[in-house]
Design a protein. Structure first.
Length: 174
């Protein structure tokens, strides 16, 4: 298997019948939606895919994708490198009613009007879903130390301000 640029779409049924495997990449500039979600896409997305038919006669696309991205730490506001590494397993569907019949180990993926999967969009979806909700350095690499972080206490100037709801308390007493 040679490392090549992957196609944008694939026919999963034909590829599963042939038991095809792909090892290749998508260039960083092709991952436009991922680039909008991160600071910068630093490497090409390295992808391995296998197509096969499982014992239940379902077409399966199984794969892995790895890419390096730059995220902004939400603690110190400095950039850091994060490796996104995703494993996935899809089975194509032609109609949404089929989703309830699928085994839980498979995610459904819709086919387009030509019976193909939009491969690059599916892989980008996986990468976007694997992004951390709150990106942060590990605490030993972060510029903001644990001692500088304050949780649950108010600064003194805001503690001295009158409560804006004190008027409601006086109405309640009447």
């Amino acid at each position: 298997m040679q490392k090549v640029k992957l196609p944008l779409t694939v026919d999963p049924v034909k590829d599963a019948q042939r038991r095809l495997d792909y090892v290749g990449y998508y260039a960083a500039n092709q991952l436009e939606r991922l680039a909008e979600s991160v600071g910068k896409v630093l490497s090409d997305a390295q992808v391995t895919l296998s197509f096969f038919i499982d014992p239940q006669k379902l077409v399966v696309m199984e794969g892995r994708v790895v890419v390096d991205v730059e995220l902004i730490c939400q603690r110190c506001n400095q950039p850091f490198v994060q490796v996104l590494d995703c494993n996935f397993r899809y089975t194509p569907i032609t109609n949404p009613a089929q989703i309830d019949e699928l085994p839980e180990i498979y995610e459904p993926v819709e086919l387009n009007q030509f019976g193909e999967i939009d491969l690059i969009s599916t892989i980008e979806d996986e990468l976007i879903l694997s992004l951390p909700i709150v990106p942060m350095h590990s605490s030993e690499h972060c510029e903001v130390s644990v001692a500088e972080q304050v949780f649950g206490s108010l600064p003194e100037e805001s503690a001295k301000k009158p409560n804006p709801f004190a008027v409601l308390a006086s109405l309640k007493q009447k």
